[in-house]
Design a protein around this ligand. Structure first.
Ligand code: GH3
Ligand code: MG
Ligand code: MG
Ligand code: MG
Length: 301
């Protein structure tokens, strides 16, 4: 019973009696419940609350359930919330239209409580599975930072925001030094551990709204929205010196070993109309190239 408390269900129905009954059944089943009597109210509640699933009456004065459903599906952040339509009518056309507009399910009233609850559990389960798969598709399996694809998507979003709101965007690119030797000397497993601990240093150094990505084998990039290059440089230097000071302890061929790594970093930033993803990455990479050429273990702007 306690476990499903984490789910909040928004129940929308213009018929007060139906709504009260619905609220009662959902509360009894252990859900958190928000109720309202119109599509307009539902849409504004959805803007301000974290809702896990919507039970939506089809026939309502004002905007109908179908129009409310369409409005939800047209908004990126609401489109993913599962919707179960509720209606006294079992009309074929309405059922087909609801499902085609993206409703997950359609239940006729009066509903059988246990059947409705089972359908709700089904929709929630499907939503969780979809989220898990999405997260797997966007996350680097080894280090749990964004993979190359999702890094690019997120940074491009930041860039279009930065162009609109006229702020600066910085990119730092990291490449571990002589990393091939780690694998050659101690095997891939230790190499992997080193990658995980470097990713942790990145997570500890940068802020929640900075975007960290693994863009290649031992290459990482961080995008810092609205941050000046000096500040980025300082953060990268903190990262670089943390890694330099970090010691990885492990057993190899029956002996206790210690390993320290270093990293080279290239940093760049741009503002306004000059910001372009490919160009930023190219400039950061150029800094990185110089850092390698100058002897590694350094940050170059
Ligand atoms: P440099 O200082 O010039 O960057 O030298 P480097 O040895 O780091 O450069 P290079 O690009 O030649 O080698 C990168 C190595 O990273 C090669 C590859 O074995 C290793 N690598 C890439 N991805 C992984 C991974 O997922 N796990 C492990 N263990 N190693 C990886
Ligand atoms: Mg109604
Ligand atoms: Mg490399
Ligand atoms: Mg390298």
């Amino acid at each position: 019973m306690k476990k499903i408390k984490k789910y909040t269900i928004l129940a929308v129905d213009d018929a007060k009696d139906s709504l009260l009954l619905l609220e009662h059944d959902l509360l009894e089943a252990g859900y958190q419940v928000i109720t309202c009597e119109s599509g307009d109210e539902a849409l504004s509640i959805l803007q301000e609350n974290h809702v896990s699933l919507v039970l939506l009456d089809l026939h309502m004065p004002g905007i109908s359930g179908l129009v409310t459903l369409q409005a939800m599906k047209a908004q990126l952040d609401l489109a993913r919330i599962p919707v179960i339509m509720l209606s006294a009518s079992g009309d074929e056309e309405q059922i087909v239209a609801s499902l085609e507009f993206g409703a997950d399910d359609y239940v006729t009233k009066p509903y059988i409580p246990n059947v409705l609850l089972a359908r709700i559990r089904n929709s929630l389960r499907l939503m969780e599975k979809t989220r898990q798969l999405e997260s797997l598709a966007l996350t680097d399996f080894l280090t749990k930072v964004n993979n190359r694809g999702s890094f690019q998507t997120l940074v491009k979003k930041v860039i279009s925001q930065a162009k609109r709101d006229k702020y600066i965007v910085s990119i730092a690119m990291f490449d571990l030094d002589y990393f091939k030797q780690v694998n050659d000397n101690y095997g891939h497993e230790i190499g992997d551990k080193a990658l995980i601990s470097f990713a942790q240093i990145l997570k500890d150094t940068f802020r929640d709204y900075d975007i960290i990505g693994r863009i290649g084998g031992e290459e990482f990039a961080v995008c810092l929205p609205n941050t000046h290059i000096e500040e980025v440089y300082n953060a990268c230097e903190r990262c670089r010196t943390s890694l330099e000071a970090h010691v990885l302890y492990f057993d190899y061929e029956g002996k206790k070993r210690e390993l320290s790594l270093t990293v080279s970093v290239g940093v760049t930033s741009a503002e306004g109309h000059l910001i372009d993803f490919e160009e930023l990455m190219r400039l950061a990479d150029h800094g990185l190239y110089k850092a390698k050429k100058n002897g590694r273990n350094q940050t170059v702007i």
